[in-house]
Ligand binder design. Sequence first.
Ligand code: ADP
Ligand code: ZN
Length: 744
Amino acid sequence: MNVPLDSLLDISDNNPPSGLRSVPVLMPVALDQTYDYLVPDGFDVAPGAFVLVPFGPQTRIGIVWDEPRGNAKPVDPAKMKTVTSRIDAPLLPEISMRFAEWVARYTLAPLGMVARMMMSADQAFEPPKHRFGVQIVEGAALPSKMTPARTRVLEIAADGLVRAKSDLANLAACSTAVVDGLAAAGVLVEVAIPERAFPWPNPKHAETEFTPEQTRAVESLRSAVDAGNFSTTLLDGVTGSGKTEVYFEAVARALEADHQALIMLPEIALTSQFLDRFARRFGAPPVEWHSALSPAERGRIWKGVARGDVRCVVGARSALFLPYANLGLVIVDEEHDQGFKQEDRVHYQARDMSVVRGNLGKFPVVLASATPSIESHVNALIGRYRHAVLPGRFSGVAMPDVSLIDLRAQKLETGKWLAQGLAQAVTETLEKGQQSLLFLNRRGYAPLTLCRSCGHRLECPQCTAWLVEHRFKKKLTCHHCGFSLALPEKCPKCAEPGSLVACGPGVERVQEEVAARFPDARVALLSSDLIPGLPEMREIIRGIEAREFDIIIGTQIVAKGHNFPGLALVGVVDGDLGLAHGADPRAAERTFQLLHQVTGRAGRTSFVGRGLVQTYSPDHPVMRAIVAGDRDAFLNYEVKTRQNGLLPPYGRLAAILVSARDKALTEVTARDIARRAPQSETISVLGPVEAPIAIVRGRHRWRLLIKAPREADLQGYLRAWAGTIPKLKSDVRITVDIDPYNFL
Ligand code: ADP
Ligand code: ZN
């Protein structure tokens, strides 16, 4: 008789088989609970350890958690599966676990998905790949047969360094066979190439002398770091006032105290200019973290951060989720930037979550901006945040002189997008040998193509959206789903040849007009779809700094974080573009920020710049504030609007998006969900309504908006609501977005 041992033990005793214990394991999947696994004898699986476990039909990586989470029910030990193996990677720090739990609770994302974000460096969990190189063997006898190539190799290797065979062969201008031959002869030996060490920024490398106003801000930030406590400071000052210079001192202080520091920037602002500045101040570059890194680099940095070998990270929003061993400061530069909001999987706002991280880690967080978000502005106003203000530009140069071009009075010529006044200003700037920037936040050539003969508009077959013409690529593209087709020669509806016309401008069309008007000017076009990646973008930015271009045409990627010393004129082609989003409570704020930022690029260091904004609504409060250079007037106006409408930060919002391929099913589901909303005195549910973009990628979309007072338990309300919703039809998808920034 062959009775399995497990079942015998199960009868006698409900505890795990003797010597075996179990641990809760969190899987990086869309589940909100841990699962218990047995741990074989002699396995060291401390909380935070990464382990391989059987999960369904697969073996997957999970994280040993310190406590069971979610609805983890006790599992019959007889049925419990066993941890397969331990992965050789640093432990996930305890504070990262608490942070993951906090983010999951707040965003309503499954804990497993937050964990998955924290693990977004696959190679950190793979066995380290040692690269091998060769090194000279001290005192080894030379081989009997020496050739000139062998001599060259040995001369180079004489310094005793370990080099990859190919590197050594390249240096000696010979083939790797020569290196192999020397290794076979025992003069060179194969050894593992040591892992590259991370740069070590030195807080004392190049200290800055500050103006009295800057000194006050520096002292305030230093004292926040020295306090070793949680605090949030809004570092508020116009572009060029020295915010970067000032927060570098907070970084220096944190490094001196042996803490790690994180500087978060909108991805696009991660320019070489910024990295060079960091290196000048600290004598070493920071470690960058963004989407363009190779998988190997991601793995190396992930481990370096967990071990505390990486001292300072400069990164995009996802850098907040790295496993810091000893984080002691977070700086969020351009804190108002909407790029800090992640819109897929886990919907989080990295600026807000950095404040949470500071609170958990008991360290200061600094939010820097020339145009703070209304949320941060209000928090500073009511004393929840400290406020450090830098009043003027370091260079002493006045802010640019901004005026409006009223397009109702100065009519555009047909097919032209620059009014006479703007074209004239560009001409004058060219004559002075200075640079002009023409800003239009719209990629491509034209946002709409229509048939002159039958009026047909070319729309995306899968989205409620017009196809945008990209003339360089000779394509019509959907900016929502990426669908594209070759530019047709005749109307797809009435088949009339040559009847399609482009309507409205994109940056490519502005470039065409510029080429016609200023044929001798050197023109740079900056648009994300025309630039393959970060390195290429950095190269163009460098060219602009070096004044290799006279006219720069760009989308919002030119608005952020750059310092162009030769830039004298900024022309905004369509100042009203951002104001059109009726349902978006932040439309005015965003337009103000963008216009302020982009006009603020002009004349930063040695002369007063000029800004010209083309608009059909010169009386709008945003336009008035931009012209008057009166940021506070705008902030006051906007704070009142938010207060009256109980909009953030005076109230809280959540969005629910229901989508499905079937139109009726989408609507029925959205209505059913709305009907089940729990009764509440204070929380109201608006909708459901069809989303402004009714179809994306073939999926119909309906929206609900939930409005709550600041102090309401919005998450609790939504969780209770979710509990009443029956199992959805398989194709229906529901996303919940707390603090939404997107209302389309
Ligand atoms: P912001 O971050 O507010 O836009 P920056 O820190 O980039 O401002 O400063 C603008 C320019 O002025 C930069 O070129 C910077 O190096 C210079 N600058 C600011 N403060 C000082 C200072 N105290 N000493 C020397 N240069 C400074
Ligand atoms: Zn589409």
